[in-house]
Design a protein. Sequence first.
Length: 214
Amino acid sequence: MDEEINIIDSNTRNEKIKNFFIKYKNLLASFIVSIIVIIVTFFIFKEYKDNKKTQISNLYNSTIIGYSKTNQENTTKDLIKLIKAKDTTYSPLALYFIIDNSLITDQNRVNNLFDIVIDKVSLDKEIKNLIIYKKALFNADQINENELLKILSPIINSESVWKTHALYLVAEYFFANNEMEKSKDFFNQIIILENVNREIKVEAQKRLNRDLGE
């Protein structure tokens, strides 16, 4: 008797499963197709990104290798193109090359390129902070204190590893402009930091002892 009941239950279960697939076959087919499309799209997109990365890498390498004083204009155009590609590796490198070789003398143009890299490229947080610091360093001799502090505020108001460098740059800025109390304040901020660059802390203490009366 029990065996017959089990057979009936099994047949009922199989019939329910069969009816389920018959009833929802179109929905299941659509689901399977959707999964296949998603997988295929993922691999196509990945291949596209890999190919694009390779193209950007090749352009950067050929541009740098082919650089000379006689082709600065073409080099600059290619490097700007790389910056606008918003690549996490080669956009910053292209910007550094422009600055290191003084390929663009217009400060506003360089700052616009800085802003593209800082605001538009998906960078690691500390890499972005480094580029912000470099922007401040690039502008320090030509801007007022409010502009300098505005550039550096994302670093100064954080726990970034570049905070010490930012504070030191501002302290030296005020020292060079003979604003000793402001300079002293920023050097002291370095001294009391817990996570501080040791070399910069030593230099800050030297400046305080030697030139600021502490």
